[in-house]
Write a protein that binds this ligand. Structure first.
Ligand code: 5GP
Length: 173
């Protein structure tokens, strides 16, 4: 049953730039019951998917992705911003809702044929998830699903992810 966690999200106007309405998830994470409910809702939302590992992007994706991987007994693979990973990497540059970013993943993090769930806190225009899925596919692995806590309505992030099984817990306006 939904715990209406969307009501606990904090909206910050004009952050990090003028005109952007930033959704702050820390107001959910700081409460033990809400954090627990969030991970339980994510687990329920992907319970029917067959996957071996969770891939998540720096930094908020790590918080929920690693908790979900731990509770579901899956491996966890970090996708990091440029220059942070020590070994050989796959790399992808993409457009953000505001600005541009480069993400990287270790080449040996995934094996060919492995099934992967990509998890992130929020879907905006979809560039991060699309780039992360391309990194996953560069390794020869398969995207079993893409799962978000929050999906921003009206930005059509899903349009960039039509190849994948995309799920989100809450649609936020
Ligand atoms: P996209 O690539 O879909 O445009 O943006 C999603 C990525 O940017 C996610 O990794 C997410 O953490 C971050 N992001 C963009 N806008 C917001 C926001 O309003 N709130 C939060 N929490 N993250 C955001």
């Amino acid at each position: 049953m939904s715990k209406n966690l969307d009501r606990k999200l904090r909206h910050i106007h004009n952050y990090p730039k003028r005109g952007i309405d930033f959704i702050d998830i820390t107001t959910v994470l700081k409460n033990a019951q809400d954090f627990h409910d969030l991970i339980a809702e994510l687990q329920a939302a992907c319970a029917d998917l067959n996957f071996d590992k969770i891939v998540a992007a720096e930094a908020r994706g790590f918080i929920i992705g690693s908790a979900l991987a731990y509770i579901m007994q899956k491996g966890f693979v970090p996708v990091r911003k440029a220059g942070k990973l020590p070994a050989a990497i796959y790399k992808k540059t993409y457009k953000l809702e505001y600005g541009e970013s480069t993400i990287e993943m270790h080449k040996d993090a995934l094996q060919a044929g492995e099934r992967v769930l990509f998890v992130d806190d929020l879907l905006a225009i979809g560039g991060t998830a699309e780039a992360a899925c391309e990194l996953i596919e560069s390794a020869g692995a398969e995207v079993a699903g893409v799962l978000f806590f929050v999906e921003l309505a009206g930005l059509n992030g899903r349009q960039r992810l039509t190849k994948y099984d995309v799920r989100s817990l809450y649609l936020v306006h």
